[in-house]
Design a protein around this ligand. Structure first.
Ligand code: SF4
Length: 184
């Protein structure tokens, strides 16, 4: 019997809410799992980045590009996936993290590590080693890699994702609702 198509999911600069909506597919997961296998996901299974299969059929990405690690992962995973879905407004447009574009990366670091009310950092040290470095601005995924399908929403409606996956996996055209794509 031929192997089933492989699905992966990844989070970049998002809040993980869109991954909760993936997990919320509920009984439609039976339809999806009948057509494909989940091979890689930060919430569904423990797979190291260097263990991600090279032949993913569908990759669902939450979040945009905020730092150099986001960019590196997006570029690495794009090479491994035939079809990439930008999932949620953060991936499609930049979303909430995109509000950071109102400030410079230095201003954001100063606020996060020094000025915030919950921070005790008398010496004003801003770490710059062994952490991902902020890029100058938040970018939607499509600014950095080719995206095959964009599904906005915040978080995106699980039923919309389930229907899109079933359509994709059965060779049908994906049809998205023209009104509310948000879960709540
Ligand atoms: Fe979170 Fe909304 Fe962004 Fe999804 S689109 S990662 S729910 S902020």
């Amino acid at each position: 019997m031929a192997d089933k198509p492989k699905i992966g999911t990844m989070w970049l600069a998002g809040c993980s809410g869109c991954h909760l909506s993936i997990a919320d597919i509920h009984e439609a997961i039976i339809d999806v799992m009948g057509l494909a296998d989940f091979e890689f996901s930060p919430v569904l299974m423990d797979v190291k980045y260097d263990e991600v299969p090279d032949d993913l059929d569908v990759l669902i990405i939450e979040g945009g590009i905020r730092n150099d690690e986001n960019r590196e992962l997006a570029e690495m995973l794009r090479k491994k996936a035939k079809f990439v879905i930008a999932y949620g407004v953060c991936a499609v447009y930049g979303g909430i993290p995109g509000l950071g574009n109102l400030h410079t990366a230095d201003e954001l670091a100063q606020e996060a590590y020094v000025n915030s009310a919950s921070t005790y950092n008398e010496e004003g040290i801003i770490p710059n080693e062994d952490i991902p470095h902020l890029e100058s601005r938040v970018r939607p995924l499509s600014d950095v890699i080719d995206v095959d399908l964009s599904i906005p929403g915040c978080p995106t409606r699980s039923d919309v994702l389930a229907e899109a996956l079933v359509a994709l996996l059965t060779g049908e055209a994906v049809s998205l609702p023209t009104t509310n794509l948000c879960e709540v």
